[in-house]
Design a protein around this ligand. Structure first.
Ligand SMILES: [Fe+2]
Length: 303
């Protein structure tokens, strides 16, 4: 199994980089990364890592790829052997591609269920603060970014195949299985969601649920965590002031205890913005089965 440490970065495709830059810097509080430079590419940063989001100009507005971080070259070589054994068709990034992204080694593949993934190690830390006029300044990513940038929730047409791959091949651990019923009909089987963690204390870095509706890049949402309620409140003020579409009201999730709200990004997927997510010692953790997403709030369609 692989030793995936964190959600290191995400890649986004955009028809309008300026719109993304506005959303990222004025709403989300991310900084434009000053160091990497490629034509038609916007790099965004949120912590000591040189960048965490790469937005490239393209034909569509969509989530493009999740970048999973390995701890070094030995783990990278192990990961290649694991992919080979699992029969996954993978591609190694060229030296120039790695240099442009300021990392050591990288490969990409499409996971069963359709989520595009990259594996990498050695993305440099430049220790530059993410400078924006919002004054956010800091996100919860752990010491030297070890918690990763946040989490993603992805849709898959085959939940079991996708879940099997991420646990048995990628080595993610089970945190919670949520069986969500949308109706009071006892015959309604509901909707299953898996919450999976990698080798860091964040409650989950990946959530998977089954959907046969096409979504942009299969992504449902990207979660970014800020240190306190004031940073969430200030985000809500910016969302209202700039007319960003709010998808849920504020709520507290049951399983990771995150207090958050969801808004629409220019790529169609949602941004969950929250604080107070739990961090867990996996050596004593018992995976849970839950039946509801939230203690309060998170009502869809409520601004
Ligand atoms: Fe989430």
């Amino acid at each position: 199994m692989m030793d995936i440490r964190a959600l290191g970065y995400v890649l986004i495709e955009s028809t309008d980089l300026q719109r993304w830059e506005h959303f990222a810097t004025q709403v989300a509080g991310l900084g434009v990364a000053p160091s990497p430079s490629e034509d038609g590419v916007l790099y965004l940063k949120m912590d000591d890592y040189a960048w965490r989001i790469r937005v490239s100009r393209g034909a569509h507005d969509r989530f493009a790829c999740a970048g999973w971080e390995l701890p070094g070259p030995a783990a990278f070589a192990d990961a290649i052997r694991v992919l080979e054994t699992a029969g996954i068709d993978w591609h190694r990034a060229s030296r120039s591609e790695c240099a442009a992204r300021r990392l050591e080694e990288m490969l990409w593949f499409t996971a069963p269920g359709g989520l595009a993934c990259e594996l990498f190690h050695g993305l440099v830390l430049d220790y530059l603060p993410p400078v924006t006029s919002t004054g956010v300044g800091r996100f919860v990513t752990g010491y030297h970014g070890s918690l990763g940038m946040g989490h993603i929730a992805a849709a898959t047409p085959d939940l079991e195949a996708s879940h099997r791959f991420f646990t048995a091949v990628m080595g993610f651990g089970q945190t919670d299985h949520l069986q969500l019923r949308m109706s009071h009909d006892p015959a309604d089987p509901g909707q299953g969601l898996h919450f999976l963690h990698c080798n860091n204390p964040r409650h989950h870095s990946l959530a998977l649920f089954e959907s046969h509706d096409p979504m942009p890049g299969n992504l449902v949402h990207l979660m970014l965590e800020v240190p306190d309620i004031d940073a969430v409140g200030a985000f809500m003020d910016r969302v209202h002031a700039l007319g960003v579409k709010i998808v849920t009201n504020l709520g507290r999730h049951t399983n990771d205890r995150m207090v958050s709200l969801y808004v629409e990004t220019p790529a169609g997927f949602l941004l969950e913005y929250g604080y107070d997510g739990v961090q867990i010692d996996w050596s004593t953790y018992l995976p849970t089965r839950s039946t509801t997403t939230s203690h309060w709030g998170h009502r869809w369609g409520r601004g």
